[in-house]
Write a new protein. Structure first.
Length: 160
């Protein structure tokens, strides 16, 4: 039996556009190389995952990714949102999660992403930078930048 190709079906495409849905989401089947599994999702939500640095990648705006999810990398007292200069210096196994406990956001990451205009190179932004840093809340951040599922497009963390 020949199935109709719904990607050429106009009403379907219009509906998809209205929904803002990407085509890949409809036909991409689960691939453990690219997609986080349910158990990985559970770990990211309730605890953390130990991954090697080369399993991580980043988005165009430097946000850290593990497969098709944005994650934070938990350091000693801070957590990283982005592939900042400190993350790029790291080696070996790292903790990634969607949750943090007492760690503070990394200021270099805010700078790297130009998050809410944070720019450490402009001294007149010092007060503004500090305000953004003080008010940063990871839960709120995920609400504004949903961490999952992301499109398959991503960039290698280290390009060498
Ligand atoms: Zn950082």
């Amino acid at each position: 039996m020949k199935l109709p190709d719904f990607t050429d079906f106009e009403p379907f495409n219009n509906l998809r556009e209205q929904m803002g849905a990407e085509l890949w989401a409809l036909d991409e089947t689960f691939n453990e190389q690219l997609h986080i599994s349910l158990s990985e999702k559970a770990l990211l939500t309730s605890d953390y995952m130990a991954v090697s640095l080369d399993q991580l990648s980043r988005d165009v705006d430097y946000r850290l990714r593990y497969k098709n999810a944005n994650v934070v990398l938990i350091d000693e007292n801070i957590f990283h949102l982005a592939a900042c200069q400190n993350v790029l210096k790291k080696q070996g196994i790292q903790k990634v999660s969607w949750e943090v406990t007492n760690e503070m956001v990394c200021m270099q990451c805010l700078h790297q992403m130009n998050f809410d205009g944070v720019n450490l190179q402009k001294s007149r932004r010092q007060v503004h930078n500090q305000t953004v840093f003080d008010n940063f809340n990871l839960q709120k951040y995920w609400q504004n930048y949903p961490n999952f599922p992301l499109k398959s497009h991503y960039i290698a963390l280290k390009t060498d």
